[in-house]
Design a protein around this ligand. Structure first.
Ligand SMILES: *Cc1c(COP(=O)(O)O)cnc(C)c1O
Length: 452
């Protein structure tokens, strides 16, 4: 079948994940050959500005020389190893030390996985393990929120608050989804944002009392919900829920897979929203997208309790073959340095107001109901009627149309529900940002003219 095109071969032999199949049948796949800075190129020679940083993660662009050199040097030095049986690579040792140093914790411990999903899954297993070791094996329930995205493994998909997981018969029992703290969409008639936040907090406490605090293992939250539609918390949300969790001894786990390492304008999303979690889940930006890696970073209390539990049972029977891979760790060490010390975090801070202002201008469009986000993560939500926040008919697939029109114009952005997501790489220059604004604005006007 050598006469097939790249796109036809992609169709013939691959199963697409998270892909709107009618769109692909209609338009064909895009087969990407390489990237330069924030741009990718396909087999047809077309060039696209990737305003989604790959999948949020390629924050230093697609060909960062320092990161590539770090990978090549480590492959030459020691090309692969695990972290079992009391052995681990020197790079793994260095990265754990670094992660604790840059974390909001005074002390802590790090455990490695190959993805964000596995890191959440691992965190849940750690909590089940340590609660059981502390004589509370019934503390197994996990609290998350509707619209949260925590991954795709059976446990992390159960934590995810999206209806699409029902096709798998998920969530598993014991995974409880609280309301989504999105004031614009879920605030009630006449309710202020403060009242809305108080209602979210009251729901949390009522749920804890109903379920029984001693049946709950933890509460997981993304500082800003990412794949759920870029939803920042309502005003004062974490200040309202954190004390309730503390009162009932329920650990607060910050899923920083998207927010971590600069996306919200600080190293961590919990800094931006001013709360102290008990543990952090990191992935995506951790290696600037150059290596599959996730981590659980335990703060002092959970680190001590986990260590005590392991001492009791003598082993934590968990780990992935490629956990703490030396090449991944070397890349992560370099990526942290590049983001924090080579101007990337600075770019985000300097240009985030410009990004927000440009998008705010585009959001004047009467068919944009809300512009929301922080730092370098934003969403524009399309509405049929701005005053009533009425969405477009689902059958119009408005956000897919917008994203497809952008793709035709050489801009990659992502449809999510009725929103379009922009989360550009941290290396984006001002002219590249203007290119993004221009193409997005044009695409929105074209699509809204078609569906109006
Ligand atoms: C992407 C994501 C995950 C899952 O990470 P994978 O590496 O895709 O498994 C988990 N949590 C959040 C907040 C994410 O954005």
């Amino acid at each position: 079948m050598t006469d097939l095109s790249w796109e036809q071969k992609a169709d013939a032999y691959s199963l697409y994940g998270f892909t709107d199949l009618p769109s692909v049948h209609d338009r064909g796949a895009v087969v990407v050959t390489h990237g330069e800075g924030p741009y990718i190129f396909d087999t047809q020679g077309r060039k696209y500005l990737d305003a989604n940083s790959g999948l949020w993660n390629m924050v230093a662009g697609f060909d960062h020389p320092g990161l590539i050199a770090a990978a090549q040097a480590q492959y030459a030095r020691f090309s692969g190893y695990h972290a079992f049986f009391g052995r681990m690579s020197d790079q793994t040792v260095l990265l754990s030390e670094k992660l604790v140093e840059v974390s909001p914790f005074d002390r802590g411990r790090v455990f490695y996985t190959n993805s964000g999903s596995e890191a959440n899954d691992t965190m849940v297993k750690m909590l089940w393990f340590l609660h059981a070791a502390e004589g509370k094996p019934q503390r197994r329930k996990i609290l998350t929120r509707m619209n949260a995205y925590h991954g795709v493994t059976a446990v992390s998909a159960s934590m995810t608050g999206k209806p699409y997981n029902s096709v798998f018969g998920l969530p598993l029992p014991g995974f409880i989804h609280l309301s989504c703290p999105h004031y614009w969409r879920f605030g009630q008639e006449g309710e202020t944002e403060e009242q809305f936040t108080a209602r979210m907090a009251a729901e949390l406490e009522a749920t804890i009392l109903k379920e029984g605090a001693d049946t709950i293992a933890a509460f997981f939250a993304e500082p800003v919900m990412g794949a759920g539609g870029v939803i920042p918390p309502s005003k004062g949300y974490f200040q309202a829920v954190a004390p309730i969790l503390r009162k009932y001894g329920i650990p607060l786990i910050s899923d920083e897979v998207i927010c971590g390492f600069g996306r919200t304008g600080n190293t961590w999303g919990c800094e931006t929203y001013d709360f102290m979690p008990d543990a952090i889940i990191s992935s995506k930006n951790l290696t600037a997208g150059l290596f599959p890696m996730g981590t659980v970073i335990l703060g002092p209390d959970l680190a001590d309790r986990m260590q005590a539990a392991v001492e009791t049972i003598e082993e934590f029977p968990h780990g992935f073959t490629a956990s703490g891979h030396p090449v991944g760790c070397a890349i992560a060490l370099k990526a942290i340095d590049v983001v924090m010390n080579e101007g990337l975090a600075e770019n985000v801070n300097r240009l985030a107001p410009r990004l927000e202002a440009g998008l705010a201008e585009i959001a004047q469009n009467p068919n944009i109901g809300e512009l929301r986000g922080v730092g370098y993560m934003w969403a524009l939500e399309a509405v049929k009627d701005r005053a009533t926040k009425t969405p477009f008919d689902g059958s119009l697939s408005v956000s897919e149309r917008i994203a497809n029109t952008c793709t035709d114009m050489g801009l990659i952005c992502r449809p999510l529900g009725q929103s379009v997501v922009l989360c550009p790489p941290f290396i984006l220059t001002e002219p590249q940002m203007d290119e993004m604004f221009e193409k997005l604005d044009k695409a929105l006007k074209k699509v809204f003219a078609e569906v109006a």
